[in-house]
Design a protein around this ligand. Structure first.
Ligand SMILES: NC(=O)C1=CN([C@@H]2O[C@H](COP(=O)(O)OP(=O)(O)OC[C@H]3O[C@@H](n4cnc5c(N)ncnc54)[C@H](O)[C@@H]3O)[C@@H](O)[C@H]2O)C=CC1
Ligand SMILES: O=C(O)CCC(=O)C(=O)O
Length: 448
């Protein structure tokens, strides 16, 4: 009997939610030594199973009017996964691949990520299968207004506090918050994070996930390789919020950013991207809302259609996947390892699939930091935004940056301290997050 057989009922019950099961299995693998513990193993298993069941999943219809005057419908969800450490906290994703299983995987990850930040936040996630690509400004606004009209009754600064994720940036948070205020007549409360600076947002929230990822990368490279980021070749995937600010911070530390990508193709900068290139990418994605292929011939790099940073044979030291789940599969991981990658540090949630993780683990000497630790800076600064909102104060950019650096260093320390004998950073991250949640659930009498 395998030590993870106790998950069999869950596997059967949720066989239609493969990404959720993947997140659960990955976590469980890293927790195996705890489950085998003679004294507490049975408790840890019970606690883990309890954590896999969301406290609440809210599902609703989102009607919205398109530019031709037709009413369209999408599905919306909010997975209120676990509130033992504080209000449900986690982003909203707008993408055609969203369903309750995807949001359950994201919400599950969020529980342990939020625990690692050390702030009082529970885990949640939400979103819709609405596809913002190709939609007009008015269509996106009308969708957001309708989405919030359904969701607002479940939100409160001490109950559930959403933020952005794929397809939800400052523009969408503005529309959502605007409708929340109109419906509730409540002002200035931390009911959403990622707000604009002059209407209750925190300095550095837009940058926080990417910057935090690079602070973590810098620490890992210094501690594990005895090197700095200067001149290190870094492959970044994605070109959205996380990829942009990770690239910006990498350039700031003198590293070479050799790729960014979108779902259609990849820009390759053999000698490293310049500041001008980064500005062009930001303008393309944030203002024009266009594809990277529109930059072909306009930046110092070359555009390769239909490929990703992980499908090309290239030499780089570090891989920072910042696009989406399962973007690095077994073949990609074998390519990375063959090309001598020294570290994989995740900006996205679950970008490395189970087979790829095994390839990396088997190589033995590749630094691997899972997203729940390395991308926690985003939700961490969201937590700081909630604190500022409660105090009706705004801290300076420098104050928030210094707290973000401390938070990432603290998460690194938790990974090292919890990894156990011969354990990896990945095991450390999962154990540290899990133990906090398990102990709190025991204290509250939610599991015994
Ligand atoms: N925004 C945040 O604060 C946080 C985001 N994350 C994660 O980071 C990742 C990226 O999110 P954001 O940058 O916020 O989103 P975004 O909407 O700003 O950008 C998403 C990026 O991923 C790319 N992408 C999406 N689907 C893809 C596919 N199938 N293949 C290749 N590229 C694809 C898009 O082209 C875009 O570049 C997601 O996994 C998200 O869950 C994690 C922590 C916090
Ligand atoms: O800032 C937040 O609350 C959400 C961040 C998020 O969705 C994530 O960490 O994946």
């Amino acid at each position: 009997m395998s030590n993870l057989d106790f998950l069999q009922p869950l596997r059967e019950k949720y066989s239609h939610e493969p990404t959720f099961l993947q997140a659960v299995e990955e976590m469980a693998m890293a927790l195996l030594p705890l489950f085998e513990d003679e004294k507490n193993g049975a408790f840890y298993k019970r606690a883990f199973v309890a954590m896999t069941e969301p406290e609440r999943v809210i599902s609703f219809r989102v009607p919205w009017e398109d530019d031709n005057g037709n009413i369209q419908f999408n599905r919306g969800w909010r997975v209120e996964f676990n509130s033992v450490l504080g209000p449900y906290k986690g982003g909203l994703r707008l993408h055609p691949t969203v369903d309750s299983g995807v949001l359950k995987f994201l919400g599950f990850e969020q529980i342990f990520k939020n625990a690692l930040t050390g702030l009082p936040m529970g885990g949640g996630k939400g979103g819709s299968d609405f596809n913002p690509k190709g939609k007009s400004e008015g269509e996106v606004r009308r969708f957001c207004v309708s989405f919030m009209t359904e969701l607002f009754r479940y939100l409160h600064p001490s109950t559930d506090v959403p933020a952005g994720d794929i397809g939800v940036g400052g523009r969408e948070i503005g529309y959502l918050y605007g409708q929340y205020k109109r419906l509730t007549n409540k002002h200035g409360e931390g009911v959403l994070t990622g707000k604009g600076l002059n209407w209750g947002g925190s300095p550095l929230r837009p940058e926080a996930t990417g910057y935090g990822l690079v602070y973590m990368t810098k620490l890992a490279v210094e501690k594990r390789l005895g090197r700095t980021l200067e001149a290190m070749r870094c492959a970044v995937s994605g070109s959205g919020n996380v990829a942009q600010f990770a690239s910006e911070k990498l350039l700031g530390y003198g590293a070479k950013v050799i790729t960014v990508s979108d779902s259609n193709g990849v820009l390759v900068f053999d000698d490293g991207m310049t500041q001008d290139d980064l500005h062009a990418v930001m303008e393309c994605k944030n203002v024009q809302r266009d594809r990277l292929r529109s930059l072909d011939g306009k930046v110092s790099g070359r555009y390769v259609d239909g490929e990703s940073p992980w499908s090309l044979d290239m030499k780089y030291d570090l891989a920072l996947p910042c696009a989406t789940q399962n973007e690095i599969d077994g073949d990609a991981a074998r390519r990375l390892v063959k090309n001598g990658v020294l570290g994989v540090l995740e900006g996205a949630n679950l970008p490395t699939n189970m087979e790829a993780q095994k390839v990396i683990r088997d190589k033995g000497d590749v630094i691997y930091v899972p997203g729940k630790a390395s991308n926690a800076g985003g939700v961490g600064v969201s937590g700081l935004e909630m604190s500022q909102n409660s105090q009706r104060l705004t801290w300076t950019r420098e104050e928030v940056d210094s707290k973000l650096k401390d938070m990432m260093a603290n998460i690194y320390k938790q990974m090292e301290n919890s990894s156990g004998k011969d354990g990896t950073l990945e095991e450390g991250a999962n154990r540290a997050g899990f133990l906090k949640v398990a102990e709190a659930m025991k204290d509250l009498g939610w599991v015994q």
